[in-house]
Ligand binder design. Structure first.
Ligand SMILES: NC(=O)C1=CN([C@@H]2O[C@H](COP(=O)(O)OP(=O)(O)OC[C@H]3O[C@@H](n4cnc5c(N)ncnc54)[C@H](OP(=O)(O)O)[C@@H]3O)[C@@H](O)[C@H]2O)C=CC1
Ligand SMILES: N[C@@H](CC=O)C(=O)O
Length: 351
């Protein structure tokens, strides 16, 4: 079966997945029996194209690079231009929607509506957009289930590093009592650059933006909102506790100075933006806080855009996972693993 994909949003991450699908086409077919075709892309400013027989990925990327607009893609029989996101989701022949538009930290929209429309039209969604998972996890998972479709969102926490799949699949049966981690690549990159290279806060932020780590509005990163979304996703999905964004106390890194960093160094400590969620009798208590950690703390050695997370479990003790927390290919991969998982489920059902 060839999986037909429609992309909503085509920025860093969307293009990351498209490049992987192009470069690994043969290997994915040979090793995973996985074949995909991009039939539609709908992006706010970069334009919208739909070709029911499949778009030529190389030509899509070339057209975008050379002209900045997808609608300059060469005319072919059946090509439709200009569809908005909802029309693309509802009217295209895609079986899976790749939702990689920007994360709205207040309402989660329009991505929540994108998910609802897709599920109601019998389509799977795989996404890296954190809004719908952080704000509407329960409602959307119920709608997906009612319509018998899949919803993948591995990349919403720690990019392609399996921060969701690992505890759910391989730690199943454990009670996870506490989660503590570095969950934002941009802020960890800034803190590392300031400490190791004496780069200013502003310069380090600019670098993180240029490398594709930061959110469209980097306030989300530096004020801790992005990490707050991620700890809410972890609480709901991994700890099965219905924590809301408003319940998480949150401070970011925007007030940190070179002097603060120097002082921490003298004390033998290091600043890190730490996300914590801890179970108690009433539910889960969670926070995002800038902390001065001891150098022998396992999170102290996590540098750059790398993230890390420790799960405290009742049967296995502490289990720590570290890996990429942001990036084009790294986050593109998170979408690929969700797609491969859906494909494997379909193959198992057939058997
Ligand atoms: N970058 C990373 O490392 C990671 C990102 N994420 C998440 O993945 C998502 C995508 O990130 P990234 O690719 O970096 O972001 P970008 O800002 O590079 O891309 C987002 C794209 O979505 C488009 N867009 C915004 N709203 C709509 C809409 N309503 N309909 C169609 N297109 C829309 C934007 O359009 P335009 O700019 O043309 O107006 C832009 O091209 C975000 O939600 C982010 O939080 C998650 C993990 C890691
Ligand atoms: N802006 C985010 C991207 C991934 O979620 C980050 O820096 O971690």
């Amino acid at each position: 079966m060839v999986h037909k994909l429609a992309f909503i949003g085509f920025g860093v991450v969307g293009q990351g997945l498209a490049e992987i699908l192009h470069h690994k086409k043969e290997a994915l077919k040979r090793d995973e029996n996985f074949e995909a075709q991009i039939v539609a892309i709908s992006d706010f400013m970069k334009g919208s194209i739909y070709q029911p027989n499949g778009l030529d990925i190389e030509l899509v990327l070339k057209t975008l690079k050379e002209t900045g607009n997808l609608e300059n893609y060469p005319e072919t029989t059946g090509l439709i231009k200009g569809w908005d996101s909802i029309t693309t989701i509802c009217e295209s022949n895609a079986d899976t929607i790749i939702e990689v538009s920007y994360t709205d930290v207040k309402t989660g929209q329009p991505a929540i509506n994108h998910c609802k429309s897709a599920f109601e039209h019998g389509k799977n969604v795989v996404m890296t957009n954190k809004g719908p998972v952080a704000l509407a996890y329960k409602e959307l998972s119920e709608i997906a289930e009612q319509h018998g479709v899949s919803w993948g969102f591995e990349g919403t926490v720690m990019s392609g590093t399996p921060a969701l799949r690992m505890p759910n699949a391989t730690l199943a049966g454990n009670d996870i009592t506490e989660i503590r981690g570095i969950l934002n690549g941009t802020t960890n990159y800034i803190l590392t650059k300031m400490e190791n290279e004496g780069v200013t806060y502003e310069e380090a932020l600019k670098e993180a933006q240029a490398l594709g780590y930061a959110e469209a509005d980097p306030t989300s990163d530096v004020e801790g909102y992005d990490a707050r979304y991620k700890i809410v996703i972890l609480s709901n999905y991994v700890m099965k506790a219905p924590l809301t964004v408003e319940e998480v106390s949150c401070t970011g890194i925007s007030s940190i100075t070179a002097k603060d960093i120097e002082e921490a160094k003298i004390e033998g400590k290091r600043w890190k933006l730490i996300a914590t969620a801890r179970k108690d009798q009433t539910g889960v208590i969670a926070s995002i806080a800038l902390e001065k950690v001891d150098l022998d703390d396992p999170l102290a050695s996590i540098s750059g855009a790398t993230n890390a997370i420790t799960y405290e479990t009742d049967l296995l003790g502490a289990v720590t996972l570290s890996g990429a927390g942001a990036g084009k290919v790294e986050t593109g991969f998170s979408l690929l693993i969700d797609l491969i998982t859906i494909a494997r489920q379909k193959q198992t059902v057939k058997l």
